[in-house]
Ligand binder design. Structure first.
Ligand code: ZN
Length: 375
């Protein structure tokens, strides 16, 4: 279906909220208008075409007004984000002079949220030059969210964000916009779980991290200069000294790292990665399953995240089966699930994460103990 064939979302006249095509009656009884141009909408829920809202103006219908699809997707995303009670903040990566540093991601509990562009709330923001799409209030901080459908945060907005010093996330829906066919559930799932579409456009800690890296670069340069001066002195004194320099007394170089959207920088080598994990999540609780062992680990600093690892037992190991069941459970329970790059290991985050996973694995263990072990 092409982009111009109607809207996925519409504004309900009765509630003032964005609805999707599944939520309304067919035809004009849907009681919806286009939030972009204000036209009355018709819910098309026939057998042949994909269900959508069409504009109904002066007795005639046409797919959409210019900017209608962009505007409704944008509003649907804002409404969804404003309804979240927690958000997974991604890791921050800073690069400077060939070096990089990262701040790991975390989960923020959201107490309340604001939609500064909504008519009711606009006046509160009238003194501010910038109106973020969504404002999420944590306990002692706020996070601003921008939704990109066609327009990204540009340089002038970036400059303004520097002034207000509030960490700002951008959700990039430009790819999804092209596809179409969204409802509120699938859009929520994509916004919540796809870490590749969220990115910091401003972060309060970025400047500090950058300064630290610059300091490191300066120190490394100074060290290099001292070494160079020393080696030149050696050269003058000892014709063989050059050999030593070539052999390399300098840095062996750090462990090769890669960026992970939840953890920040992690070792590229999976074995070293596992070591990082067990340091961060010590003392597992162990569950004995049929031909597998499950390990449940809790983050010691109480960031409400857990690590679940399945270890295989014997040749007919069923770890991938358990992993699939866990993934299914996490989705149903609304837990954020992050793949760490090691098979059958998952990082899960959310309210009462440990208790719920404990219960899930306990039930799995109980169920398995009823099954004879030798099938
Ligand atoms: Zn319209």
């Amino acid at each position: 279906m092409k982009n111009d064939e109607g809207l996925d979302f519409a504004l309900s006249h009765k509630t003032g909220r964005i609805v999707d095509i599944r939520m309304v009656e067919r035809g004009l009884a849907c009681g919806c208008v286009c939030p972009n141009c204000g036209a009355e909408l018709l819910a098309r829920k026939g057998r042949k075409n994909r269900h959508h809202f069409a504009h109904h103006v002066a007795g005639r219908t046409h797919p959409t007004c210019e900017g209608g699809r962009e505007s409704t997707l944008h509003r649907a995303a804002r409404q969804i984000i404003a309804g979240w009670r927690s958000i997974e903040l991604p890791a921050l990566l800073v690069k400077e002079g060939g070096r990089q540093a990262a701040l790991p991601g975390r989960v923020l509990s959201v107490g309340r949220s604001e939609l500064p562009d909504d008519p009711g709330e606009r006046s509160l923001w009238s003194n501010v030059n910038i109106r973020p799409d969504v404002v999420l209030h944590g306990k002692d901080e706020q996070i601003w969210c921008e939704v990109k459908v066609a327009h990204a945060v540009d340089d002038s907005k970036r400059a303004q964000l520097q002034c207000y010093r509030v960490s700002t996330l951008e959700f990039d829906l430009s790819q999804m916009y092209r596809n179409g066919g969204w409802n509120l559930t699938t859009l929520d799932l994509a916004l919540r779980t796809d870490m590749s579409i969220r990115e910091w456009v401003f972060h309060v800690s970025e400047a500090q991290l950058r300064r630290r890296l610059q300091e490191e670069v300066r120190e490394a340069d100074a060290l290099q200069r001292t070494k160079l001066a020393e080696s030149q002195r050696h050269l003058r004194n000892d014709a063989n000294a050059q050999l030593r320099i070539v052999a390399g007394e300098g840095d062996v170089g750090p462990v090769e790292m890669m960026f992970h959207p939840a953890f920040g920088l992690i070792p590229k080598d999976p074995v070293k990665r596992l070591a990082v994990l067990s340091r961060a999540y010590p003392e597992p609780k162990i569950f004995h399953l049929n031909r597998a062992i499950a390990f449940l680990r809790h983050h010691p600093h109480g960031d409400r995240s857990c690590l679940v690892t399945f270890g295989g037992l014997g040749p007919a190991s069923r770890t991938s089966e358990y992993d699939a069941a866990l993934s299914e459970f996490a989705r149903a329970a609304g837990l954020n699930c992050v793949y760490f790059g090691i098979a059958e290991s998952r990082l899960l985050r959310g309210e009462h994460c440990y208790e719920r996973l404990d219960q899930f694995l306990t039930e799995l263990q109980a169920r398995d103990s009823e099954i004879p072990n030798c099938r």
